[in-house]
Design a protein around this ligand. Structure first.
Ligand SMILES: Nc1ncnc2c1ncn2[C@@H]1O[C@H](COP(=O)(O)OP(=O)(O)OP(=O)(O)O)[C@@H](O)[C@H]1O
Ligand SMILES: [Mg+2]
Length: 371
């Protein structure tokens, strides 16, 4: 094979300890399937078990759909090599080379240990290029309290909130309740600062539900956010790019439940997405501009999905959150928003890989000492 048509060796990393393990498997197999027919990529599958270990050969086969077996290379061993790491295949003696370290890794890990900067830190130390946001942007985006402080500092409209510590919730819930009632009134929402998929998110209708909701959210994190409940439509916008990011068309989420909780997201089939969102052009433009500003404020790279509330009565737009590794299947909001904008799934993946390499090359060219 000549240098021009040499395949890009892409590692796809999936699974792991997060509560979104299963979503990650679907995202990863979608990406691998979309790229298999393309001549440009050789795919190395790297799976992590629910315990966080590198999956062995049988475990890895069980994590992949049958159609992929034999068509992607399986990584079942990682060794320290110099300051980095060497990724090895399941069949080192199959006549091909034993070192199949990818040129770039696509970490399709959602939530804890994947979307929060930890795995990105490992790649940085090992000097391996990767797709998506770096350590800081990932970590900041994962912490709903920190990201709101940052956005508020930039003058971006964030849903009003109070942050309470688990220790204070246990010791003095009445004081927190009175402060929140004074600030917001009912309904309110409580949620753990660091988690996804609506796990631990509770709607609080009145004071009888307050303590229970906070205690429940505090089971998942030391920090709990109490927010003013906004009666709103939920609009999302996808971002693609590094320093000069583009915003997609907007999409709307219609939840099957009273709010978009875990059941509504993954279990109930009545939940649906509408793309483009049926909102007026000016509002859509305002949302797209805010999405880019929110992404730049965290110094994002590659991709993110920014989620908004469009308040029904006032028409006001609030930023709810940013996801740096949103669900990534062809039927996920992120990819559907780009497909609606004329970027098909395989092309989206290809662009993300290029952006990841670009970011890596930029960083490698930068000086790290005074010489
Ligand atoms: N302040 C609020 N006002 C109205 N609804 C809210 C509020 N906060 C959360 N919700 C509802 O709860 C859902 C989940 O909340 P949020 O998006 O903050 O949690 P999440 O766990 O981060 O979800 P994700 O999987 O998108 O990361 C929202 O989609 C929305 O339906
Ligand atoms: Mg959300």
């Amino acid at each position: 094979m000549t240098a021009q048509n040499r395949k890009i060796r892409l590692g796809v990393l999936f699974g792991g300890r997060s509560g979104e393990h299963d979503v990650s498997l679907v995202s990863a197999s979608s990406v691998m399937e979309a790229l298999l027919d393309r001549e440009e990529f050789e795919i190395i599958a790297i799976g992590l078990t629910k315990a966080g270990r590198l999956a062995g050969e049988n475990e890895l086969r069980a994590m992949l759909p049958d159609g992929l077996i034999g068509r992607v290379r399986l990584c079942t061993a990682i060794e320290a090599a110099g300051s980095g790491m060497k990724i090895m295949p399941n069949q080192p003696d199959d006549g091909r080379e034993s070192d199949i370290t990818p040129e770039i890794i696509f970490p399709l890990l959602h939530g804890t240990y994947g979307e929060d900067g930890t795995i990105q830190g490992l790649f940085e130390i090992a000097d391996i290029p990767y797709v998506g946001c770096g350590v800081l942007a990932s970590a900041v985006a994962m912490d709903k309290d920190v990201v709101k402080r940052l956005w508020a500092g930039e003058g971006l409209p964030v849903t009003p909130w109070i942050t309470a510590r688990a220790g204070d919730i246990a010791a003095n819930p009445a004081e927190i309740r009175i402060a929140a009632e004074k600030a917001f009134g009912y309904p309110m929402f409580s949620k753990p600062a660091n988690l996804g998929s609506s796990v631990g998110v509770r709607k609080i209708h009145d004071e009888t539900e307050f303590n229970d909701a906070l205690r429940d959210s505090a089971r998942y994190d030391r920090k709990v956010l109490i927010e003013k409940g906004i009666d709103a439509r939920e609009i999302e916008c996808a971002i693609l790019g590094n320093d000069d990011p583009m915003a997609s068309v907007t999409g709307e989420v219609f939840s099957a439940g009273e709010f978009y909780d875990y059941e509504a997201k993954y279990v109930r089939e009545e939940s649906r997405l509408e793309i483009p969102a049926d909102i007026d052009g000016e509002k859509a433009e305002e949302i797209r501009t805010l999405a880019v500003r929110a992404f730049r404020a965290i110094d994002g790279a590659g991709l993110a999905r920014v989620d908004f509330f469009l308040e029904k009565v006032t028409g006001k737009i609030w930023i709810n959150e940013i996801n740096t590794m949103p669900g990534f299947t062809p039927i996920s909001m992120y990819s559907k928003l780009w497909a609606a904008g004329g970027v098909p799934f395989h092309e989206l993946v290809r662009r993300l890989v290029c952006l990841g390499k670009e970011r890596f090359d930029e960083r490698s060219a930068r000086k790290t000492d005074r010489k």
